[in-house]
Design a binder for this molecule. Sequence first.
Ligand code: ADP
Ligand code: MG
Length: 583
Amino acid sequence: MTTFEELGIQNDLLKGIHELGFEKPMSIQIKAIPLLLKQQKDMIGLAQTGTGKTAAFGLPLIQSIDISNKNTQSVILAPTRELCLQIASDLNNYAKYVKGLNIVTVYGGADIERQISAIKKGAQIIVATPGRMDDLLNRRKKIDLSKVKTVVLDEADEMLSMGFKEELDAILERTPATKRTLLFSATMSAEVLALSKNYLHDPVEIAAGQRNTGAENVKHTCYTVHEKDRYFALKRIVDYNPDIYGIIFCRTREETKNIARKLMQDGYNADALHGDLSQAQRESVMHKFRVRNLKLLTATDVAARGLDVKELTHIINYRIPDDVTGYIHRSGRTGRAGHTGSSIVIINLKEKYKIRQIEAKLGKKFKMSDVPDGIEICEKQLFQFIDRLERIEIDHREINRFLPQIYEKLAWLNREDLIKHFVALQFNHFLDYYKNSEDIQRPTDKTTRTSKKSKKSQKAENKTSRTPVPAAEDGFTRFYINLGERDKLTPPELIGLVNKNTRQRNIDIGKIDIMRKFSFFEVEEQYTDKVLNGFDNANFKKRKVVVEISNAGTETTPSTPRNGNGKRSSRRPRKNMKSRRRL
Ligand code: ADP
Ligand code: MG
């Protein structure tokens, strides 16, 4: 067994990491630390997250700092603020017993003057995001890197995929030619390779873990759908997996927000993790996910870094990542610690070639599946419910005192009917939602060439499952409400309802379309959240009111199985009131 001491780590650091509970070095640390302590060579370290890279470069780095002088001797560049803070906090923990070491973090979105004054006091190590470092270095000229001995590029692949190439160039240009450069990355993309060619001289390459291999106990499943069906397919996949606890990977932060919003509106325990959140918001979302208050988290790759949750049942690639290793990285988040996991990909026909690339690298085949149909989903949900019913623990003492009255009340139902009632109670919303739903077609190469037949069947599908909804007027949000003529809803009454539930008197209401079972109304965009929040838990003539944003042409499935009974039909509007009113 190797120890940190044997690797050459000095006593005060040993004391620090001992307190952190580091007993023996991890594989990448065993490889990197002696090399970094003994040689001056550049280094490429390839390893997935969680393999202990921070200590691998951090311990030798701290040990190489000349505490007696205050020059900036080392720069660590990392893609996000969270990572910078994490790295700095790790280094400070290792160096708890190293006196006179000053580590400063600089990153965007925080008070730059405070960062400048922290640097002025002397920072031997600066941990920075490339954007802010470039700003302080090249525009404001507040940092001097001429005495730098070591540059660390942590998560280089992420920095490049976030578009920091220019900043990295501008920063590295300002460091002395004599410095040593360490590059760490989970993946070795063409861009990372190019970067290392440019800036590293004859580097040693080390790797840890089984890089580029997917976990053994992960099942890979692929659903091919028409682009327009992507979200509906996601919903069905989620419904088909009642115990799902997983991350849904999206491509952009906009998409991350959008999908989470839709899922929430559709009644799922979901939220989004993306770069626009404040640190407090981010932590709150991560906490809710960890304690499983949230079952689904939408995220970009970058936002999901630092979220280490074990026992995820599913990884869903709402968008397939651009590079194969990205996929392997994502899917490696499930199937851990002896559990089996499932990695799901939703693609359109054009993305099919990427599956082949991944298969080649994984050495494993995807199961190509059709999106589950309504019957399959209902069946799965029903049996999961029945299973739970069978296994439920009964607290006889507590429940017994209520039973006589309940038995009496239900006496008219025989066993079979009783079961039917239970099932219906639990499942009517699901059954309703999926009753008339069309299957989501798996596109074939033929259908993309738009044969007549496919166009026709596509049309039929559109007709039953998607009613075209007119777009809202500019500056307005169009809402769906599950009340209509049948509920004797009139335009003044609808205005009254909006008025009452939002507690606003000055909202500009646009078009109102009252249909038989439901209606649409438009409200100035700025009040969108007010309306959504206002109608949360609202009632009308003892009925639960459901209000949702209705996006033109896209979100026109029947109202959700989970939170409402409003259904939509393809009827034309009965009344079309164009005039604008002020409440
Ligand atoms: P990476 O940068 O490769 O994603 P980190 O450096 O963040 O990984 O380390 C992952 C986790 O492992 C951290 O919680 C860290 O504290 C812990 N860790 C690192 N080295 C050791 C060690 N030798 N023994 C125990 N835990 C360690
Ligand atoms: Mg790291």
